[in-house]
Design a protein around this ligand. Sequence first.
Ligand code: NAP
Length: 290
Amino acid sequence: MIILDGKKTSQEIRNEIADEVAALKEKGGKTPHLAVVLVGNNGASVTYVNAKLKDCEEVGFNTTMVKLSETISEKELLEEVHKLNKNKDIDGYIVQLPLPNHIDDQKVIMAIDPEKDVDGFHPQNLGKMALNLPTFLPATPMGIMDLLDRYNIETGGKHCVVVGRSHIVGLPASILMGRNHYPGNATVTLTHSRTTNLKELLKNADIIIAALGKPDFITEDMVKDGVVIIDVGTTRVVDKSKKSGYRLKGDVEFEGVSKKASYITPVPGGVGPMTRVSLLKNTLMAVRAK
Ligand code: NAP
């Protein structure tokens, strides 16, 4: 069994990006500039945003943090988005989700200039992705593809079962795995809470991408020998021994499943760090596109 080490792999990619940025600056090129919009003080969102800004610093990007009040109106937030669309120095930006309940996430995503949409959530970019055209890919599915690629995992002709159909993980991951491309060319089954024969499908899967958010949901008895496991789940469970008071748990019961798997991602240290580095890749791509 081989651990798919997202921490190590993402560090390698960050080093490559840092080298490219340094070369760009030396040639008098533009320093990539990422902006992050944070609405309110949601604990997990603040942690994610700080981590993203730290990554940018490490590779030599400029950053702008747009911190907005929890009570901002949808109209005011859309005005901020328009300002970022017009700002020529900013190459790409993200609006950290989830937004407060009184704001329509989709409306905000639709207002982002697709050429600056480094989260890859705009329908124009999702459409391009489905057509296999060059575009910003959503961060988590892109991180998964990079991990499969860096470990040279064969995906062509394999049966890939994706568990979960969210717009940010499961659905795009299923599209990418089915594209005529490497990684891809898999025969994909996209499953969700209404799937009636999940156990049977999982037992026949060569590759499982688990993104449902239910800790330890997939157990040893549900998978076959040699399966490749990509565990996206990150549920916070109480752990008094940790300073934070919690630890992250994946959707796959690691101890048992890892005995049967050929490759498996740990949680934490698997898909999470790869997701973070995808944002840097997309921002650099936005600069290159200019
Ligand atoms: P989500 O929006 O809550 O979607 C969950 C999906 O799982 C839904 O499609 C749901 O089906 C499906 N599901 C729920 N119970 C199921 C069951 N018993 N059998 C089969 N499918 C089931 O979740 P998400 O945003 O994609 O996130 C999923 C997990 O990944 C969470 O733990 C999240 O924290 C984590 N995550 C991690 C990263 C990372 O970088 N590591 C990034 C994003 C998310 P329905 O559509 O029928 O409701």
